[in-house]
Design a protein around this ligand. Sequence first.
Ligand SMILES: Cc1ncc(COP(=O)(O)O)c(C=O)c1O
Length: 389
Amino acid sequence: MKPKLRPRVPHFSSGPCAKRPGWNPVALQDACVGRSHRSQAGKAKLAEVIERSRAILGLPEPYRLGIVPASDTGAVEMALWSLLGARGVDVLTWESFGQGWATDATRQLKLDDVRILAADYGRLPELDRVDFARDVVFTWNGTTSGVAVPDGEWIAADREGLVICDATSAAFAMDLPWEKLDVVTYSWQKVLGGEAQHGILILGPRAVERLESYVPPWPLPKIFRLTKGGALNEGIFRGETINTPSMLCVEDALDGLRWAEEIGGLPVLQARARDNLAAVAAWVARTGWIDFLAEAPETRSCTSICLRIGEPGLDEDGQKAVAGDIVTALADEGVAYDIGSYREAPPGLRIWGGATVERTDIEALLPWLDWAYARAAERRLRPAETKTA
Ligand SMILES: Cc1ncc(COP(=O)(O)O)c(C=O)c1O
């Protein structure tokens, strides 16, 4: 039987993520469009994004937060290309995005002292092997495996190297210990449901010190340049963007930030994501055919919740077929969109649980997953009959 209740919003994609509850394009009506982003009005909007983001995140005063081109990828690449090479680097990888940053270090920047600390999908690398005399690059939440570091306890407070953290699917949903992180990046399209386009680059004092004392041996395109005449380009962190931003995206980011403030700020954003994970976890616990991809409960992401088909005896091709059937059936029903696992990840489901997703929508989705699974299982048992049915 098809469940009666449907999620009110069927958007469970892990990026771009669901807009905040009640969003509609009227939210953009005050956008500073048709004006220069260097006008007083344009700069004020950009500065407002910076100020509100800092306040909600609780960023310590010496940390800078700037708006940069090319979304989270742009922000991470700027950091890697501007900062790496001064000392050896440990790159932690446990899913596709971390692997991408490792490729940058080895094949693009061709650094000669790189250690890759890798783990398979579902696990974290051995964090106690990280050497903080070196630079460290890692992804706080592995969006494609649903495995996140549980905290920053493993990061040395008295480190010599820089810690560079891609936090795009963690920021606003998970606690980030700023004093342990020298560079943090994210994009607007994740936990606050903004439009994709721009990245946020956060620099701690130690990263600024590196920028002002080290010049990498490779050329830096204009779009990556964080310094001017050997000093940090402070303008970037006041809203004087390197190139032209989309003022529509800026307005949308402001809408998300204002919403975040209205509902109670960071603690409420985090609680919403935690509650969404709890709803999924309770269902997984009582459901035989599904498991978390993350093996250790404390590493389970509360944003990109990754699940594998846990039916006993089903091989990888079978799991892929079942997951595919579920994804297609629920999209056809208009109940859930974009819930398939990432193309490079093991087959399964991925449900976004970030702050813009309502727990009631997650709860309404779960019986539909059971329904779609039962339908897929029935088809497997009786392919001919169900094809004509
Ligand atoms: C961990 C991680 N890093 C980087 C990216 C790339 O982000 P963007 O497409 O915003 O550049 C994503 C996108 O999902 C991600 O999840």
